[in-house]
Ligand binder design. Structure first.
Ligand SMILES: C[S@@+](CC[C@H](N)C(=O)[O-])C[C@H]1O[C@@H](n2cnc3c(N)ncnc32)[C@H](O)[C@@H]1O
Length: 220
């Protein structure tokens, strides 16, 4: 599926993501995760702003919110206003975005590694963009640790990709383990399909993300 079709697919789902935000869907996990956000925050693939109700406003100076879907961004802008979060919005593709090194104190990504062309390269970029000692906070879904469920996820993945625009068969912990990030804590829920991850950048032995395109990773 090409990028324009994916953007349209997500834009068509924006109203549903807005309803989920209003219902505080997955709110307990979102709240625990983004409580650690501090300073200048990058929220990658912000969607309709489902994390905005949970940011610790007194600790956050600014959120830079990126998404490639204009409809999602429109909903996220309403959420930022409603919850009083100072936010700069960028309509951009996370697979081809760049920021100077150490641009952020915190990077938040929820339910997004399923969507990127190359999630490992995006995590390398997070490592590059987050300052040393900062927080990288992930809530991601992927391949279950339950064998039968994982088989079902593998076989249904092409269909789900066509319907939702994202993959349900990515091995999230394996991708995080292979990235530059230093894992602090991880929790796993729903038969190992959902992962809450607290990580920090590891600036030692850092790979320059721009060289990774010569060394492609295979992600469906
Ligand atoms: C499953 S939704 C999650 C939204 C939000 N993070 C949340 O937790 O509800 C995935 C979001 O990623 C965005 N997205 C997917 N691929 C992207 C890319 N390459 N660049 C920017 N945004 C992307 C979609 O538009 C959508 O808003």
């Amino acid at each position: 599926m090409n990028k324009a079709d994916r953007i349209k697919k997500y834009s068509r789902q924006a109203a549903m993501y807005e309803r989920n935000r209003k219902a505080h869907s997955l709110g307990q996990w979102r709240s625990r995760l983004v409580q650690s956000a501090r300073g200048r925050v990058l929220e990658a693939a912000v969607g309709a702003g489902a994390n905005f109700p949970f940011y610790p406003k007194e600790m956050v100076d600014e959120v830079v919110a990126v998404d490639f879907s204009p409809e999602m961004l429109r909903k996220a802008k309403e959420a930022a206003k409603e919850y009083g979060i100072p936010t700069t919005f960028m309509e951009s593709d996370m697979d081809h975005l760049s920021f100077p090194p150490d641009s952020f104190d915190t990077i938040v990504s929820t339910l997004s590694l399923c969507s990127y062309e190359d999630p490992l390269t995006v995590l390398h970029q997070f490592n590059h963009w987050c300052r040393s000692g900062g927080n990288i906070l992930l809530m991601e879904h992927g391949l279950s640790s339950n064998r039968l469920l994982a088989i079902a996820q593998q076989s249904l993945d092409p269909l789900i990709l066509r319907i939702e625009g994202c993959h349900h068969n990515r091995d999230i912990m394996n991708i995080v383990d292979r990235s530059d990030l230093r894992l602090k804590t991880a929790e796993h829920y729903w038969a190992g399909c959902i992962h809450l991850i607290w990580a920090e950048p590891n600036k030692k032995d850092q790979t320059d993300p721009s060289t990774l395109s010569e060394n492609p990773n295979i992600f469906q």
